[in-house]
Design a protein around this ligand. Structure first.
Ligand code: AMP
Length: 541
């Protein structure tokens, strides 16, 4: 119709072109294997992405083909993040912590035609190689050419890049076509693939950069410590390029001391990662302080950030913490917690309670909670139900799977499997994963709330609560606790007493098991499946 806006395609090349035109001198810094820092500009990135586009063509990658990446966060991974979608292929980020069986499963399921591998994790990939049938080319980087490997059809990234032309015209992209593929971490059964489109990622990029979200600008130095193999590193690589923010990519160096040093040396303004990383960083900074004065927001998500840790960061280290909630299926960011103007009058103590919530939906994401029969529940801060979301960057099916009512409602909402309450002002708080709730004598107990309260105890470092079978009550909570190394003796009774004033009697764990370590999933979350297996013999109960 005449008078309408342009039909402007929302494709990834436009994000890259913008970074090149407007922010050519902004920097991407990578900590390489061996510890040296590699640094180049967005202009360098741009030219190398064009070369890489030619490399992909020479390998026979065609529109719609899946290209796997198996790598830490690095500039080469970033080049793939752009070159693969900009040649109309699909960038399939493979989780380097999957078991060989699951890794082979996702490569075969996606039918990856080529896989680009960071040599630092080559031995991990090699363990799965025998079970993989579809890959025609393996390309290695961060290694000298000619290295021995049991993989077939291997070539070397820098050799291919050196031979490739730098001229390349972007073409063949459609905003509705797939550009990225990421599998869920497979905590319940086989991983499921989520296909991102150019359009969904473009809109997600704008959504997370918004002032009510991460408020990214060219003044930022963003350090995605969240892996690029998990949920597109929260979309930060694309958002940084669009905003012109510098990027710091930590490679394999995720130890608290490494992260602390990078934050100080690179003057990082937005470090982003899961709570386990930040609890380690806090311990590190307490024992060996570093300059954290450039941090404007410590972004955290992927699992609940314990309230005591938020409070400790803010009061002891003067670091502002922003929690977010999301899923692979939501690209991933769904909600973020920025305090709002009506919070200015509340007491500091109450602020921590709010900051421990998962937050407000990004502009563009809708959410609702429903009861077991699918009836809508009110936003009153009390009613608790399944969280459902919809929006332009929310999945409407899994890759190669017919949408089922188990995951997608008939009226167009995605069922998250999380249980939440929503306050009158629209602030969402995750109560639990539906499968992690403990149902004792017909009443729900939130494992997350007990974990938070346990972490409030000065001697508790980590806590996980799971359901164990009980003859009378069907299920009862069991707490698994890691104490601080210098905590000395703490008894079960002392911890139960600590919880006593906070919860109804029936919430108190019947047993507390002290352990040296709580197992973590491939993306660094508490691995409750493995705990359930250890304590009940049944990972799924
Ligand atoms: P994944 O797709 O692996 O990123 O896992 C998504 C799941 O992580 C969500 O469904 C939540 O159960 C959990 N999750 C993500 N962010 C948070 C958060 N801030 N607080 C609590 N749980 C979270």
């Amino acid at each position: 119709m005449e008078g309408l806006m342009m039909d402007y395609q929302l494709t990834i090349d436009r994000i890259l072109e913008h970074a090149y035109r407007m922010h050519p001198h902004k920097q991407v810094t990578t900590k390489l294997p061996g510890g040296t820092m590699h640094r180049y500009s967005y202009a360098d990135l741009y030219h190398r992405v064009k070369r890489l586009a030619n490399v992909l063509g020479a390998l026979g990658i065609e529109s719609g083909d899946r290209v796997g990446t198996f790598a830490w966060n690095s500039f080469q991974h970033l080049e793939l993040y752009f070159a693969v979608p900009c040649t109309a292929a699909v960038c399939h980020t493979l989780n380097i912590r999957l078991s060989p069986e699951l890794l082979a499963y996702v490569v075969n399921h996606a039918e990856d035609k080529a896989v680009f591998i960071d040599a630092a994790v080559l031995p991990v990939f090699e363990q799965a190689a025998d079970q993989i049938g579809c890959v025609e080319h393996y390309v290695l980087f961060n290694v000298d050419s000619g290295v021995q490997t049991k993989l077939p059809n291997v070539s070397f990234y820098e050799d291919l890049m050196a031979q490739a032309f730098e001229d390349y015209e972007w073409s063949g992209m459609d905003e509705k076509a797939a550009m990225g593929l990421c599998y869920t971490s497979g905590t319940t059964g086989n991983p499921k693939g989520v296909l991102y489109s150019h359009r969904s990622v473009y809109l997600h990029t704008m959504g997370i950069s918004h002032a009510n979200a991460f408020a990214l600008s060219e003044q930022d130095v963003v350090m995605p410590a969240v892996p690029m193999y998990h949920a597109m590193a929260w979309g930060l690589p694309y958002a940084c390029a669009f905003a012109g923010a510098d990027m710091v990519l930590p490679g394999q160096y995720l130890k608290p001391s490494d992260l602390a040093q990078m934050i100080a040396d690179q003057k990082v303004t937005v470090p982003a990662g899961v709570p386990t990383l930040w609890s380690g960083l806090y311990e590190e900074l307490k024992t060996k302080p570093r300059d954290t004065s450039h941090i404007r927001t410590l972004a955290v998500g992927g699992a609940a950030m314990p309230r005591p840790l938020i409070q400790a960061y803010e009061t002891e280290l003067h670091v502002n913490v922003m929690q977010g909630w999301g899923m692979t299926e939501t690209s991933p960011v769904g909600t973020l917690l920025n305090l709002q103007s009506h919070h200015s009058a509340i007491l500091e103590h109450a602020q921590w309670d709010i900051k421990a919530k998962q937050g407000y939906p990004l502009a563009g994401v809708e959410m609702r909670i429903v009861d077991e029969t699918g009836e809508l529940l009110p936003w009153d801060g009390v009613a608790m139900g399944e969280l459902q979301v919809r929006g332009p960057w929310v999945a409407n099916s899994y890759y190669k799977v017919k949408p089922s009512p188990e995951h997608f409602t008939t009226d167009g909402w995605f069922r998250t499997g999380d249980v939440a309450v929503i306050s009158t002002d629209g602030c969402m708080q995750i109560v639990d994963r539906a499968k992690d709730l403990v149902k004792s004598g017909g009443e729900w107990i939130s494992s997350l709330e007990i974990e938070n309260a346990l972490l409030d105890h000065p001697k508790v470092r980590e806590a996980a609560v799971i359901a164990i079978p009980d003859e009378r009550w069907i299920e009862r909570p069991l707490a698994v606790v890691v104490l601080d190394s210098d905590a000395g003796a703490v008894t079960e009774e002392e911890l139960v007493l600590h919880l006593d004033s906070k919860f109804p009697k029936f919430w108190l764990p019947d047993k507390i098991s002290f352990v040296d370590e709580i197992p973590k999933t491939s993306v660094g979350k508490l691995d409750k499946k493995s705990l359930r297996h250890r304590y009940t013999g049944d990972p799924w109960r």
